[in-house]
Design a protein around this ligand. Structure first.
Ligand code: G6P
Length: 370
């Protein structure tokens, strides 16, 4: 087993560190950044459907659902197609309105999650087109899809998803960029820039792994005995807040909640005192000053603030107790990068608490029963 882990203490850590390679594997042969071109034959197979689609419905569970939420922001922004993101378990039972103009994106690492599979079977019966974004080749969800795109992250052993998530994001970003180009909803220049940014993600993730691990370990040690944690972000960083909270819960058993940063005023702010660590996903984006003022609101109530910040940001570190840095990146692509420090934070907190991070209690890698 030690050999399988490639010298790492746990599969989860190995899989976090593999991400520069697995993201590159997802992009390889598909994203031609130099020629500003994206080749996805699965998307070509349903091109007419997608061009005419009234909406895209994304169906998934768990971490894959968070990838869907990122896709909602990216696809609506770049492609101007209405996107709805559904928990498969709710979608399958609520008699949803589906017709033959709808394209369903199914996101699943295993391709075997029971709720997702049944939700897709129902939607297919009602005439929807199913597009699978799946990691496991030949899995049930891959087989019932009309078309699809594998994520190519390789086998994921750690129960908490890490490299499969970033591979899902890489594929979803390529899909959004390709559809936007085909529809003409993105300028040539923006398309070229985003292709270039996406292509640079593997080396930017590597930068985090090379430069931030010792710092994140120290932060993990400092906060390992917390009882609760709040994760806040806005816009493209909001789904990352949810994913950061989910990772922490799964691995450390610390109660954690993710929230849109501005929405905290409608509830979570009541929890803030000098015992509550609040993690802000505060990388540079169009609304950066808004997140800065949210941080100030937490500081004014004596909360402890841990921020994920862009390199070169001189304001956020001054108002935070601790910071985890990431390289600069376009806000659309940022979810691929800002999640990495959060994966590491959860991992090290779990390890410092003496827990079995690869097999957290009560959780299954793939939930194949209801
Ligand atoms: C379980 C796993 C999660 C995963 C979720 C959805 O809860 O522990 O890591 O995100 O299932 O699984 P799927 O294989 O459909 O992506």
């Amino acid at each position: 087993a030690a050999i399988e882990k490639g010298g790492y203490d746990h599969f989860m850590l190995k899989e976090i560190f593999e991400q520069p390679i697995t993201i590159a594997d997802s992009l390889r042969g598909r994203l031609m950044a130099n020629e500003a071109q994206i080749i996805l034959s699965g998307i070509d197979d349903i091109k007419d459907k997608l061009m005419a689609a009234r909406r895209v419905i994304i169906v998934a569970c768990g971490t894959s659902w968070h990838a869907g939420l990122v896709a909602e922001y990216v696809i609506e922004e770049l492609c101007r197609i209405n996107v709805e993101v559904e928990y498969a378990s709710e979608f399958r039972y609520r008699n949803p309105i589906i017709d033959s103009d709808d394209v369903i994106f199914a996101i699943s690492q295993s391709g075997e999650t029971a709720d997702t599979l049944v939700a897709l079977e129902r939607a297919k019966e009602q005439g929807a087109t199913i597009f699978g974004i799946v990691n496991v080749v030949g899995s049930s969800i891959a087989r019932i899809s009309h078309a699809g795109c594998y994520t190519h992250a390789g086998p994921e052993i750690g129960v908490a998803s890490t490299k499969a998530y970033t591979a899902q994001l890489a594929v979803l970003m390529m899909i959004a960029l390709k559809v936007a180009k085909d529809k003409g909803t993105i300028s040539e220049e923006r398309f070229g820039n985003l292709c270039h940014e996406l292509n640079q993600i593997p080396e930017k993730v590597q930068w985090v792994l090379d430069n931030e691990v010792d710092n994140i370990k120290a932060i993990a040690y400092k906060y390992k005995d917390a009882h609760d944690m709040l994760f806040l972000g806005r816009g493209y960083n909001f789904p990352t807040a949810l994913e950061g909270a989910l990772k922490l819960k799964e691995i450390s058993y610390i109660h954690a909640e993710g929230y849109p940063a501005a929405e905290m005023k409608h509830g979570p702010i009541a929890l803030v005192d000098d015992q509550l660590p609040v993690v802000f996903i505060a990388s540079k984006d169009a609304y950066h000053e808004k997140i800065v003022s949210n941080i100030q609101e937490i500081k004014a109530r004596k909360g402890m603030v841990i921020s994920v910040v862009s390199e070169g940001d001189e304001i956020t570190p001054n108002i935070s107790n601790d910071v985890m840095r990431v390289p600069n990146v376009d806000e659309v692509i940022a979810p691929l990068l800002t999640v990495v420090p959060l994966q590491l934070l959860s991992y090290y907190i779990g390890v410092y608490r003496g827990l079995d991070v690869d097999k957290p209690r009560n959780l299954a890698k793939s939930v194949t029963v209801e």
